[in-house]
Design a protein around this ligand. Structure first.
Ligand code: TXA
Ligand code: MG
Length: 355
């Protein structure tokens, strides 16, 4: 049985927070809101509790978890050799959607880090998460609270859809604000490297620490073990049209319209997920992700729209990327990872008849 408790996102009831902390201290699993997506956590220093999180998600043990902290100086509980650059990033971005990969302290169980000698840490910008971690008096290891291979949950209902009966407690504080997971930045390499683009844009990090590298947003061997969680984020066939900018070009809009028409003609149930200002043909129902001038809004809505189209029975979803600037990098990354097919409009697209 999974218990569900509502809690105010701004001023969480201390009794609810204490209850969640007591479940954690007893080795249980708790799904909780962060500013990015919901996580499902266990006390990071309790290996058997951490194993329960992997079991609940159906996550392979070689995919390491992020350790969540309630305070900046907690980083020293789990990481060692924390360099000046890490302190600079922590001061600028914590609490917030930036995860740092640092050398691991030996106290962190191998289960958390999948045997790596590095550990990923972040301090989430959410009152409920912070209060719960503080009350648990221990760092909390937590992946996103979805079944392995599904889109991350941005509401408590998404969590229940995937994990009801498999975890002990869900704290429901309403929809998360960012809507995409944190940026994972590896500080153990010569040049800081973004392993997973996310809620903090590359440009924002570069303004603080200079050039960073980005790995893994395109094909090739998975640089971060978590890039395993790809390919099957939604059940419908997702077709992503590559768009060079946040604003759609006429070629991109024409391509989306023609793909929708062709899939529809082939008898497939087609839906389109597009910006609110994208002007498209009448060939499919269009779900709006948000304004192309406001990628915060697109990021906030992306997973919820994909999950709702899936629940509505769409067989094919046609969507588009939003360029590589700002949050466009993370939005494009998530869409590409979930895509069955990626179409570049200048090239000759593959239609349904060739699949
Ligand atoms: O916003 C988020 O990051 C959410 C919320 C709940 O905090 N969490 C999240 O966790 O997305 P998860 O487990 O779904 O993704 C964690 C990512 C994975 O890609 C994983 O491989 C990577 O972080 N990661 C964790 N530890 C790592 C390490 N030591 N080295 C490299 N990558 C690591
Ligand atoms: Mg995840």
């Amino acid at each position: 049985m999974t218990e569900v408790l509502r809690v105010d996102a701004e001023t969480p009831d201390p009794a609810v927070v204490e209850h969640a902390a007591s479940v954690l201290r007893a080795g249980g699993t708790v799904a909780f809101p962060t500013e990015t997506v919901y996580g499902v956590g266990a006390t990071a220093l309790d290996a058997s509790a951490v194993r329960r999180v992997f079991e609940a998600k159906g996550r392979p043990p070689e995919d390491p978890l992020i350790v969540h902290l309630a305070a900046e100086d907690g980083v020293h509980l789990v990481a060692r050799d924390v360099l000046a650059i890490a302190h600079t990033l922590v001061r600028r971005f914590w609490p917030g959607p930036l995860t740092l990969v640092l050398p691991r302290r030996p106290e962190v169980p191998a289960e958390v880090t999948a045997g790596l000698d590095t550990v990923a840490v972040r301090m989430p910008a959410h009152h409920v998460a912070l209060a719960m971690i503080e009350a648990a008096r221990a760092p909390v290891a937590a992946p996103s609270a979805n079944r392995f291979g599904r889109a991350s949950p941005t509401t408590a209902q998404h969590v229940l859809d995937d994990l009801e009966g498999r975890i002990d407690l869900v704290l429901d504080a309403g929809p998360t604000s960012v809507g995409l997971e944190s940026t994972v930045l590896d500080l153990t390499r010569e040049v800081p490297t973004i392993l997973r683009p996310g809620g903090v844009a590359r440009e924002e990090i570069e303004r603080v620490v200079g050039m960073v590298e980005v790995s893994g947003s395109t094909a090739g061997p998975a640089p971060s073990p978590g890039m395993l969680e790809s390919h099957y984020a939604v059940a419908p066939e997702l077709v992503v049209v590559e768009c060079p900018d946040a604003r759609a070009t006429p070629e991109v809009l024409a391509e989306m319209t023609s793909l929708a028409r062709r899939y529809g003609a082939a008898g497939r149930g087609v839906a389109i997920a597009a910006a609110s200002d994208d002007v498209l043909g009448p060939d499919a129902e269009v779900s709006r992700l948000g304004s192309s001038k406001d990628l915060d809004e697109v990021a906030h809505n992306l997973f919820a729209v994909l999950r709702s189209l899936e629940a509505g029975g769409a067989e094919v979803i046609v969507s588009r990327s939003f360029g590589e600037a700002g949050l466009g990098l993370a939005i494009g990354d998530r869409l590409r990872r979930a895509a069955a097919q990626i179409v570049v409009p200048s090239q000759r697209p593959r239609g349904p008849e060739s699949t």
